[in-house]
Design a protein around this ligand. Sequence first.
Ligand SMILES: NC(=O)c1ccc[n+]([C@@H]2O[C@H](COP(=O)([O-])OP(=O)(O)OC[C@H]3O[C@@H](n4cnc5c(N)ncnc54)[C@H](OP(=O)(O)O)[C@@H]3O)[C@@H](O)[C@H]2O)c1
Length: 345
Amino acid sequence: MVIAPTSAWGPGSTYCAGSTVLTMSFARIANAPAPRLGLGLAAVGRPGYINLGRAADLPADRTVDAMRERAYEVLDAAYGLGVRYLDAARSYGRAEEFLAGWLQRRPDAADQVVIGSKWGYTYVADWRADAEVHEVKDHSTATYDRQIGETRALLGERLDLYQIHSLTPESPALTDRALHDRLADLAADGVKIGFSTSGPAQADTIRAALAITVEGLPLFSSVQSTYNLLEPSAGPALAEAHDAGCTVIVKEGMANGRLAHAEPGSVLGRVAAETGATPDAVALAAVLHRPWADIVLSGAATAAQVAGNLAAATVRLDPDQLARLTGLAGPAAAYWSNRAALPWS
Ligand SMILES: NC(=O)c1ccc[n+]([C@@H]2O[C@H](COP(=O)([O-])OP(=O)(O)OC[C@H]3O[C@@H](n4cnc5c(N)ncnc54)[C@H](OP(=O)(O)O)[C@@H]3O)[C@@H](O)[C@H]2O)c1
């Protein structure tokens, strides 16, 4: 992948590999009925995860076949409502396998969607929702070499975007030149290279990663970060990334389900009543109102949740409503310690 350098690329300036890569490079997204909404498979690719209402929303017996069927249901629902970006990861259990199966059974959709996945976390829960440990993090070149092979074996040439999973300021991936060269080789094969972030220092991670170049060219084309009404701290850095030509993908727009329900008298409850929308649609609409949010992920666990989440595209929030919703934000450190305490179920 060759990109002509521009004079704007002075030291310290943030820039990305090409302009608004995913939505520009993949007309299938730009021309989609719901171009700014994506579907993530973290909740349906494995029996255990941290989202709040799993006991109520998922099959009681979470066999591989039951979860595969559920994954197909949410994929069919999302595709039917115009979603064209699908997000998986090696650590989401069998999410890549389920995605590959869905692409096979939906040839009509297969060449219409853009597929993103992630490496850097390894699934170790052996299909158990009550496992002590569900995933192990390692950003070494050895893990990259193993996992790109595993991802290619399942998704082959359908892999459009490969992301480092949950980059943080401490990650060796920020300074590992051998790894950067491998990722640049994958980019030369036509796969976009991205990263996701986690933790209270997402903004620092975003700025550090966007400064990484290989042979003077930017390495990353997209960034995926947590941004929602409770934890908006990455906003300014994501706006910079977007302005620099990166595709910004927003994850956890529902705060793992904490924004799915709202007391009638609460700020979210009142805005939902005023707009005639559901709390989840309002929560995601507040993210869609950010011009730099290129793609906002739904992490729905049911087809009904997909429909509820995608209604966000039709919700209009006025400046007063946005200001009231923005008031829900809390300290990033508190958000992430709360999240770390969420039980896997
Ligand atoms: N580090 C990373 O790279 C990373 C980390 C997290 C997520 N992600 C990506 O972002 C995607 C979304 O994130 P997420 O699933 O973690 O969090 P999320 O989008 O904040 O929460 C999604 C959860 O909210 C609940 N929900 C949504 N709509 C609802 C409705 N209408 N009614 C009731 N409950 C509703 C569901 O959980 P219940 O049904 O269980 O209540 C659903 O699974 C993931 O699938 C993944 O692709 C990436």
